[in-house]
Design a protein around this ligand. Structure first.
Ligand code: BGC
Length: 245
């Protein structure tokens, strides 16, 4: 079955048609900038443009950077507050005419990486972290997901709010050298390791393109792998999950 996967992020809205049986892209990825401010109406119009680009009329699977339960957004850490309480799938359908299913962005990356990428050979607890503007988490157990874990918002004993302490935005904001940032990230990973004893940490998001800058500075027990599907994982994961709505 083919589904249009769409990854709605703070800076870009990216899409591609995905064969959900094997996670392969059937088209090039197409990106349009996220409108500012990213209100539901403005994003809806951008989505209509994206769907038009693919001349798509079938189902859509989309990611959103917030707590998503039954397609409704329950938080807005890095998006416009108007999304809180909004049924994201209804907004997509209203602007594109296509039926949609929406999940949290990090969960989508986790699902795609577990099935087709960096987590594939692991069973048990696989912990994925996307490091970008936000700190997104996906907790997989034996291939299934515990959705909406939101552990980027953990309060670390000595350092406070994890996302503010060691996201990629925090690295840029505090003008940290990679080693300095890596030591912050190590505190976060060590805390998660203590809480969840995962088989592996899979790291996605912007920093995963530069493992040589930080992995050597991480002193933890759990193996650390980079996400393999790069910036396509959200698109693939959202499409795969939308198959069963
Ligand atoms: C949001 C999460 C999201 C993560 C990555 C966090 O601020 O609360 O829902 O998964 O950013 O975008």
């Amino acid at each position: 079955m083919d589904i249009l996967g769409i990854d709605i992020g703070g800076s870009g809205i990216k899409g591609a048609i995905v064969d959900v049986t094997n996670g392969q892209l059937l088209t090039e990825r197409h990106r349009i900038p996220t409108p500012k401010p990213a209100t539901p109406g403005a994003v809806g119009k951008a989505l209509a443009e994206l769907v038009n680009h693919f001349k798509w009329k079938g189902p859509i699977g989309a990611t959103f950077p917030a707590i998503i339960r039954h397609n409704i957004a329950y938080s807005a850490a890095n998006v416009h507050d108007d999304w809180i309480g909004t049924n994201d799938a209804d907004v997509i359908e209203q602007y594109t005419g296509c039926k949609a299913h929406v999940i949290n962005d990090a969960d989508a990356v986790g699902i795609a990486e577990q099935r087709f990428g960096g987590g594939k050979q692991y069973r048990g607890t696989v912990f994925l972290i996307t490091v970008g503007t936000g700190l997104g988490t996906a907790l997989m157990v034996d291939g299934g997901i515990v959705p909406n874990t939101e552990l980027g918002h953990l309060i670390l004993p000595k350092h406070g709010h994890a996302e503010s302490f060691c996201s990629d935005a925090a690295r840029k904001r505090d003008d940290l050298k990679w080693k300095e940032w890596a030591k912050r990230f190590e505190c976060y990973l060590a805390h998660l390791e203590h809480l969840f004893s995962p088989e592996v940490f899979v790291i996605g998001g912007g920093v995963s393109k530069k493992p040589e800058k930080f992995v050597k500075h991480l002193n933890i027990q759990t193996p650390v792998k980079m996400a393999e599907l790069k910036n396509l994982a959200g698109i693939i994961g959202a499409a795969v999950i939308a198959e069963h709505g």
